[in-house]
Ligand binder design. Structure first.
Ligand SMILES: Nc1ncnc2c1ncn2[C@@H]1O[C@H](COP(=O)(O)OP(=O)(O)OP(=O)(O)O)[C@@H](O)[C@H]1O
Ligand SMILES: [Mg+2]
Length: 260
């Protein structure tokens, strides 16, 4: 019999996070399925990054429960989360500028348990990096160039490719296209589109420019007042509806004297 692969990758139930007097998250309920791209929207300070940091094991929730593939799990640290297949790519990503592309691809490989790579020699690493980047449609001048000489979009694409190579099940992208030009953003969105087509990973993407990520998302969640207040499949909403929602939220906050 084929082993049953659970559809649900990640579930958050009643997640709250307080920093002293500040309540960043009040009561978050969220679900991420295999093969799904979930867009996380919300105002500045809504708590999106805090939620992502809880999913990466960097922060621990004040209360609430996370489950991975249906199993209640406490993520003790970033390396613990990584060992369970959770990877994140931030704006200021974890590539080493002074190393070439293929060495970056294999960074910390010894820390990855159960990955497909053992200890590889330089030649094999280089060849594997070329193959993998090609398969993912990431186009760069050469895997021999120092990462510092690549564009922001190329660096992001390599960070995403590396997460995939390390067999991430869940990929968390906190504003991957912020401060990027149209061409660079397109490169990232193409990589995400391809991962979606492969159907193995679940991806959460945060972006302020939601018109840009709209097409790549299967579902949209809005974070507002420390909770998810809107959850719809992308095909049942529109950029216009989301814009109206965010503007209305802003006006309401002003009227009640909470926001500026
Ligand atoms: N380490 C911290 N200590 C204290 N307060 C924090 C900390 N991290 C976040 N906060 C607060 O929690 C709230 C949510 O912040 P968070 O960074 O999650 O927002 P965000 O939705 O990612 O915003 P943006 O869209 O601007 O990136 C904010 O009020 C922020 O000031
Ligand atoms: Mg943020």
């Amino acid at each position: 019999m084929e082993p049953v692969v659970p559809r649900e990758l990640l579930r958050a139930e009643h997640i709250a996070k307080r920093f002293g007097q500040v309540t960043a998250l009040r009561d978050v309920n969220l679900r991420l399925d295999r093969g799904e791209v979930l867009g996380l929207l919300g105002d500045n300070g809504a708590g999106k990054s805090t939620l992502i940091k809880i999913f990466t094991g960097y922060l621990q929730p004040t209360s609430g429960q996370l489950s991975l593939e249906g199993v209640p799990t406490s993520l003790r640290s970033v390396s613990h989360a990584r060992s369970l297949g959770i990877e994140a790519v931030y704006q200021d990503l974890a590539l080493i500028n002074e190393l070439n592309v293929y060495r970056n691809m294999f960074l910390q490989r010894e820390a990855v348990r159960g990955g497909r790579l053992g200890i590889l020699d330089d030649k094999a690493m280089r060849r594997a990096a070329i193959e993998h980047l090609e398969r993912m449609g990431v186009r760069i001048p050469s895997v021999d160039v120092e990462v510092s000489r690549l564009s922001g979009g190329q660096r992001q694409a390599i960070a995403v490719a590396r997460s995939v190579y390390q067999k991430a099940k869940i990929l968390l992208l906190d504003e991957p296209t912020a401060a990027m030009g149209a061409k660079e953003s397109a490169l990232i969105l193409d990589v995400i589109q391809q991962l979606k087509a492969e159907g193995q990973m679940g991806i959460v993407i945060i972006a302020h420019n939601y018109a840009q990520i709209f097409d790549v998302c299967d579902r949209i969640n809005l974070v507002e007042g420390g909770a998810i207040t809107f959850d719809k499949p992308t095909r049942e909403t529109s950029v216009q509806e989301l814009t109206d929602l965010v503007v209305r939220e802003y006006r309401n906050a002003r009227r009640s004297g909470k926001g500026g």
